[in-house]
Ligand binder design. Sequence first.
Ligand code: MD6
Ligand code: FE
Length: 220
Amino acid sequence: MNSDLFAGFVERRDEPLADGAWVLRGFALEIGQALVQDIHAVAESAPFRHLVTPGGFTMSVAMTNCGRLGWCSDRRGYRYDRIDPITGKPWPAMPERFARLAADAAAHAGYADFDPDACLVNRYTPGSRLTLHQDRDERDSSQPIVSVSLGVPATFQFGGNERAGPKQRVPLLHGDVVVWGGPSRLAYHGVGPLKEALHPLTGNYRFNITFRAARWKAEG
Ligand code: MD6
Ligand code: FE
């Protein structure tokens, strides 16, 4: 099939990424617009901010959270916190639509009963990138991560359990969902610099919603 003929037509399809990791193409497409509206509502209570890494760098990706626990970074390190350090209030509740999507996508990829307590929302502008990292601040590594891409496309880099070594480059488009667990749970991954582009629902932004079962230490 000549893909140019079908430009703009996004197929629903499951692509294996690695052992335990899947790209569910178009899984969130139908509710994409509603998800973007939910993100704006979350950001009204808990504004996007550029966190500082423990090494002192300001991240190019802006972040906020919803759900019981929010991922935070500052000079003291990474952690999950029930309170937004900017507002001094608990993070806004996880929208019902988010929770449903996360559980549905996880189940579709073979992870039953996914029950995330943390939802990180990332906002990329042109040039924003996420350097290679592992997601290992979560206590329950038996649970997967579910990651939803909205707006401008990005290139996802996906390697193995060591920083060096070969990496796949995977385009992530509006409505794509990555589910990630089991043997891949600690795989190194990153997002290449966002290109200048316009999406009808988000302008030049890319949003990423990441669901995790953090079960953070301070929570007992
Ligand atoms: C992003 N995603 O797509 C950043 N982490 O904007 C992540 O860092 C990520 O997509 C773990 C699992 C899936 C992900
Ligand atoms: Fe990550």
